[in-house]
Write a protein that binds this ligand. Structure first.
Ligand code: DC
Length: 218
């Protein structure tokens, strides 16, 4: 069994930035489970299926193969043999992932892949249900959050830096809607595990958050 750190929290809380840095400092593998849901979302978008069309989404899961490889320490996500890593982080893909991740068959499809990675490696795994559902016996559980305003501003800065056209109000609205969906779905909703350590990063710098989390890890 690997040493497992679970890091859950809402969209834009900084989970991936922080988890990558903790992984580097501690020598763990960083596993981004949102990227797996995003890869499936690309599959559904390519097929032109609406997220509300649950039956077709479930059917489409059958011919989707999501796999993870590590190249120079960075996670690469493959969808049916194609490296889709560069296509994952758009708002369209994120919204599709948020909607379709509520479907139990979609979650089931990725569960074994996530558990297998944690079994074989020392990992810091980020997502929504890692501490509550995927790795209930994780060695350390972190619930990382921040205010909606802070998260919207961070997402805005990230998209601007990539040269994407975006609107701060719209991003804040999207974040609220995504929180609502992620926290209120029936299957594996986002919530803090009872034994998770709460870290609110609204007024913390990145090094402060990394150091706080590292202090709880082996
Ligand atoms: O972390 P992210 O923004 O890349 O995740 C995209 C969506 O995928 C998110 O809105 C909810 C879903 N997701 C999930 O349901 N469970 C996870 N473990 C990770 C992501």
């Amino acid at each position: 069994m690997g040493y497992n750190v679970a890091i859950d929290g809402p969209a834009g809380a900084g989970k991936s930035t922080i988890a990558k840095l903790v992984a580097k400092e501690k020598g763990y593998i960083y596993v981004d489970t949102g990227a797996m849901y995003r890869a499936l979302a690309i599959h559904f978008l390519k097929k032109g299926i609406a997220p509300e069309n649950t039956e077709d989404i479930i059917e489409a899961c059958r011919d989707a193969d999501v796999s993870i490889r590590y190249e120079n320490g960075a996670q690469q996500v493959y969808l049916n043999g194609e490296n889709v890593t560069g296509m994952l982080r758009t708002e369209e893909v994120g919204n599709m992932a948020s909607k379709t991740s509520a479907i139990p068959d979609v979650r089931e499809k990725l569960l074994e892949l996530q558990r297998a990675l944690a079994k074989e490696n020392d990992v810091i795994m980020d997502g929504r249900d890692i501490g509550t559902n995927i790795l209930p016996n994780a060695d350390v559980k972190i619930y990382l959050t921040a205010s909606v305003e802070t998260r919207a501003q961070r997402r805005y800065d990230e998209l601007k830096e990539k040269g994407e056209d975006c609107d701060l109000e719209q991003i804040a609205q999207d974040i609220k809607e995504r929180d609502e969906r992620d926290m209120n779905r029936e299957t594996a909703p986002l919530k803090k595990a009872d034994d998770a350590i709460l870290v609110d990063s609204s007024h913390m710098t990145i090094p402060q958050v990394v150091s706080e989390i590292c202090s709880h890890c082996r």
